[in-house]
Design a protein around this ligand. Structure first.
Ligand code: BDR
Ligand code: CA
Length: 315
């Protein structure tokens, strides 16, 4: 069983990752750090509280993360993709003000100290909160066993810009810091998560087995997400589950991924390539070694992905 702390900006695909984490007996979800990203921090925080209440898991601590990128700029939000409240057509009944003031990183550090060398961090939003935790307490963060990021795009287009993926684009200073300094790091980039698709048929199948208030949100939210994706990428066969794909990388599922190891940098100053993730994939470049060498997923096995997701979400 893996002890996981999820850093998220919930968000539609974050919601699916959270639901999967709650349902998978291999995951012990120690806490959620909830920052700005897809929508404002107050809303992501409220969404996680709401979803945990629906799941009957209010024992899981939620820690309020960052509200803006390290550049100090105003963040760009994406209500056109995730809906005004972040959960597509769902309006959580809880007013966000009720939860607006719970930044408590000492809770995060306690979780890590109490589970020394046994915590896996999965970061599926901007890297701001994670980089901040490393700035604030490097000695505690050293005791994190491994870190997974959903972010970046290698050798293929981005989604926020021609070259940049949304999580890295949202805070490239933080993303670069994490890629350059955090040990035992794995990146699950957009060019791979694009292929972690759930089709409308998969969603229908999950819906026929849904029997809890949390699970009953899956179909309306993913139907909404499907319509959004059809407008953006007409003909796409389903909805890409970016964040779930990153979480699943942490679970060592046999045959799910192929990897390469590279030094990764993120452009945080450029005029035209702001937020671009860079690694050396030139012919002849091989795997790197050393503490800042990052493992990058290169390819996902879609059959293994779908069968695992259906198994977990319908059990
Ligand atoms: C990433 O950006 C957000 O929209 C998603 O939640 C995901 O984490 C995909 O680029
Ligand atoms: Ca996300």
């Amino acid at each position: 069983m893996k002890k996981i702390i999820l850093f998220a900006d919930t968000g539609i695909d974050d919601f699916i990752a959270l639901t999967y984490a709650l349902k998978n007996p291999e995951v012990d979800l120690l806490g959620v750090v909830s920052g700005y990203g897809n929508i404002e921090r107050e809303k992501t925080y409220r969404n996680v509280e709401y979803l945990l209440e629906l799941a009957g898991r209010t024992d899981i601590p939620v820690i309020a993360g960052a509200t803006r990128p390290l550049s100090g700029e105003e963040p760009a939000f994406f209500p056109d993709i995730h809906g005004i409240e972040g959960l597509g057509p769902i309006n959580p009944p809880i007013p966000e003000e009720r939860y607006s003031n719970r930044s408590n990183f000492s809770k995060l550090f306690d979780l890590i100290k109490n589970n020394r060398n046994d915590v896996t961090i999965v970061n599926v939003g901007r890297c701001t909160s994670l980089a901040t935790a490393h700035y604030l307490s490097p000695e505690v963060m050293e005791d994190v066993k491994e870190t997974y990021l959903m972010g970046g795009a290698f050798l293929e287009p981005g989604n926020a810009t021609e070259v940049a993926e949304a999580n890295f684009y949202g805070d490239p200073i933080a993303a670069n810091y994490v890629c350059r300094h955090v040990a035992n790091l794995t990146i699950v980039p957009l060019n791979v998560t694009r292929n972690a698709l759930l089709t409308p048929g998969d969603v229908h199948f999950i819906d026929t087995r849904s029997d809890s208030p949390l699970e009953e949100l899956i179909k309306p939210i993913l139907d909404y997400y499907y319509e959004v994706y059809q407008q953006q990428e007409p003909g796409i066969a389903g909805t890409p589950q970016h964040d779930l794909a990153a979480l699943m990388a942490a679970l060592d599922i046999d045959g799910l991924y192929e990897y390469k190891k590279r030094e990764v940098k993120v452009e945080y100053e450029g005029n035209f390539a702001y937020g671009e993730s860079i690694a050396d994939f030139r012919p002849g470049a091989g795997d790197c070694f050393g503490p800042t060498c990052t493992r990058i997923t290169m390819k996902i096995n879609q059959d293994i992905f779908v069968s695992n997701v259906l198994k977990i979400l319908t059990n």
